[in-house]
Write a protein that binds this ligand. Structure first.
Ligand code: SF4
Length: 368
């Protein structure tokens, strides 16, 4: 039943129109929305507040579930990684990362990715297709249900990062729709301030993003301080070079509220972009564009079969961070534990799973 309407991707207004066409009053739409997003139900039969006949009708013509979990892996540090499939068989990857104070869910915006970052395994898939808003939202629902149980309250403080497979700004409309659905109070209630979008540098979209009223946080995946190196590591740089990217970043910086900063992600590749010189070049790049409210997330690369890159040494990571900090740039190293399988934007490297101390476990039983 590949083309049944996926109601999880509908806004409340769209659901109202949907039920109206079925001759039902608008409060039914709110009941459905509450069932799908508030209680995170993935089957209409479980929506006991709807009449039985209506539930049957909904199941016949639409679906509450467009993703199936093919595999689930749990790291010893609690990180969980999900390999899902869409109704038409496209792969979707999502990661749950627990930390002491808050949990983070790293979701995908596309199946595969059209960009060709040289250090990324997802790039090898090419673009399979954009995910729908419903498929984006359902990734979060699947993970929350698995971790906390269906119908359990969505824990306050769950953060989302669009750093899974795909370039979020190349599926901008669907992404924004998904975020709007997820921010509804009677649903998941994950507000934009708890969401970070990571882009490889789709410059026109950075300007568009900067104009949004209630927008998520922004991270720009940089990974090289010069055009020569970035052209090689992230070929999107040939379309929008560092000068254009940094000019857009400066325009974005000007729209930040007091106290806000934004992030540059930098995947450290051993012997490629991790020298002190590279760190100094980065700082010069920021100075040239007068970027002041930035922080750097340093992500040591993971060795992955099929890629010609190696992790940096621990000493290099420390020296790189210290060089940046000595020149006034805040830098953080993303702790490589089970979470390191997701690395930067889109590095949900399937082949690293075997080596990442993950074990396959069955999904939590669905409650309804
Ligand atoms: S790093 Fe991100 S943008 Fe680059 S190819 Fe991988 S998924 Fe796409």
């Amino acid at each position: 039943m590949a083309d049944r309407t996926h109601l999880t991707g509908m806004t409340i207004d769209e659901l109202i129109e949907f039920v109206r066409q079925l001759g039902e009053p608008s409060y039914r739409a709110r009941q459905i929305f509450g069932g799908l997003h508030g209680r995170r139900l993935r089957a209409f039969e479980a929506m006991s507040d709807l009449p039985k006949a209506f539930r049957a009708k909904l199941s016949e013509m639409s679906t509450a579930s467009a993703l199936t979990v093919e595999n689930r892996y749990v790291s010893e540090d609690g990180t969980r990684r999900y390999l899902m499939k869409t109704q038409d068989g496209q792969p979707v990857e999502t990661v749950f990362i627990p930390t002491e104070n808050r949990d983070t869910i790293c979701f995908s915006s596309q199946s595969g990715c059209p960009l060709k970052c040289d250090f990324c395994l997802t790039a090898k898939l090419g673009l399979l297709r954009n995910l729908t808003a419903g498929e984006i939202v359902e990734q979060i629902i699947v993970v929350l249900n698995d971790v906390y149980g269906e119908s359990a309250e969505t824990p306050h403080g769950t953060n989302l990062v669009a750093m899974g497979a795909g370039e979020p700004f190349l599926n901008f409309e669907k992404l924004l729709k998904a975020l709007s659905i997820m921010s509804e109070e009677q649903g998941l209630f994950i507000v934009p301030g708890r969401v970070t979008i990571s882009t490889a540098g789709i410059v026109p979209k950075i300007y568009e993003f900067a104009k949004l009223d209630r927008r998520p946080n922004l991270a720009i995946s940089l990974s090289a301080p010069t055009d020569e190196l970035r052209d090689r590591l992230m070929p999107i740089n040939k379309k929008w070079n560092l000068d254009e990217l940094m000019t857009a970043a400066k325009a974005f910086e000007k729209t930040l509220k007091r106290g806000e900063r934004f992030t540059f992600e930098y995947v450290l590749l051993g012997g490629v972009n991790d020298s002190d010189d590279h760190a100094r070049q980065l700082v010069r790049l920021f100075e040239k564009h007068d970027l002041r409210r930035v922080k750097m997330n340093l992500i040591p690369h993971n060795r992955a079969e099929g890629l010609e890159y190696y992790p940096p040494t621990t000493e290099r990571v420390i020296a790189f961070k210290e060089t940046l900090e000595s020149l006034g740039i805040s830098a953080y190293v993303r702790t490589p534990r089970g979470r390191d399988i997701y690395a930067a934007c889109g590095q949900l490297a399937a082949k690293t799973v075997e080596s990442a101390r993950f074990v396959a476990l069955p999904m939590r039983e669905a409650a309804g």
